[in-house]
Ligand binder design. Structure first.
Ligand SMILES: Nc1ncnc2c1ncn2[C@@H]1O[C@H](COP(=O)(O)OP(=O)(O)O)[C@@H](O)[C@H]1O
Ligand SMILES: [Mg+2]
Length: 274
């Protein structure tokens, strides 16, 4: 199952929001999408998921232009967890996950024991089985976010699109959630704000700047001090460890003004500056 965009653009009035983006998502990879607020990450996700149609260019899902596929068909291949995914409804944790089965239900295919089994297994998978009966509004941010992922996983997609899935979570829950997502072994495209998390979890990183895709590559290729300065306007020191891991240390923009010195991480691994 492959997903690719070729020269897609989307604009509102005269404002170009997504500008001539081409991107091939590789099967099974965890692709991070980074870029400042307003750079077009959410808009690009909406185009990739087919919920928005590009002005020009095309998104291809498994060899078929996504615009020619029905919503249900797309939803059986690809699940999107939106940035402001909230639900005001009075539903339980289990019912939130059950929503993921919608693309499989119809007059000729009513809810079945298989759907129950999928929901049950998914609640276990996202560690929410013990809270299955709890009402949505009584759950914590981390629990809700696990249910959003659970709802998407219950769709049994091959491709998962996540827009800032770790927003509002503490550090433990951020790492836990990204770990959970990676364990699924799906093709993942995730808009992430934390560059160190992107470096930790992503096979490749795509960088958006003012609607354009300005870089795609492995974390250590993409996350250079020059690019972070150019795209985010922040000074950073980058350390590449001996396993190719990429660590970013941001530097204060004013104040002492000293340069950060590479000192290793205490594990005995040696760092070299890129
Ligand atoms: N429906 C819309 N109408 C007008 N402007 C929009 C719309 N959606 C997004 N934008 C604008 O497009 C730009 C990119 O937004 P967005 O895709 O949400 O960026 P990001 O997710 O990177 O923060 C922003 O300037 C935003 O205001
Ligand atoms: Mg966004």
């Amino acid at each position: 199952m492959t997903l690719s965009a070729s020269n897609i653009s989307w604009s509102v009035g005269a404002a170009s929001i997504v500008d001539d983006v081409s991107l091939e998502v590789r099967e099974g990879e965890f692709l991070g999408l980074i870029g400042p607020n307003g750079s077009g990450k959410t808009s690009l996700m909406a185009l990739l998921s087919g919920i928005r149609k590009p002005r020009s260019g095309e998104v291809i899902l498994d060899g078929v232009p996504i615009g020619r596929m029905g919503r249900r068909e797309v939803a059986r291949h690809l699940a999107l967890v939106e940035q402001q995914a909230e639900t005001a409804d009075r539903i339980t944790a289990r019912q939130a996950v059950e929503l993921g089965r919608t693309p499989y239900l119809g007059p000729l295919s009513p809810w079945s024991a298989n759907d129950d089994a999928v929901v049950e297994a998914t609640l276990e998978n996202v560690d929410m089985a013990h809270l299955a009966g709890r009402l949505w509004h009584t759950l914590s941010g981390g629990e809700r976010q696990r249910l959003h992922i659970g709802r998407a996983l219950a769709q049994k997609p091959k491709i998962l699109l996540l827009d800032e899935p770790t927003n509002h979570l503490d550090i433990g829950h951020q790492i836990g959630l990204l770990d959970l997502v990676r364990r699924q072994g799906l093709t993942v495209v995730a808009a992430l704000h934390d560059l160190n998390h992107a470096a930790m979890f992503c096979d490749r990183i795509a960088v958006m700047q003012a609607g354009r895709l300005v870089a795609v590559g492995r974390p250590f290729e993409v996350l250079t001090a020059e690019r972070i300065r150019d795209v985010f306007g922040v000074e950073a020191a980058i350390e590449i460890d001996i396993e190719g891991g990429c660590h970013i240390r941001f530097q204060a923009q004013s104040g002492r003004g000293g340069r950060s010195v590479s000192m290793g991480d205490g594990t005995g691994k040696r760092f070299s500056r890129s």
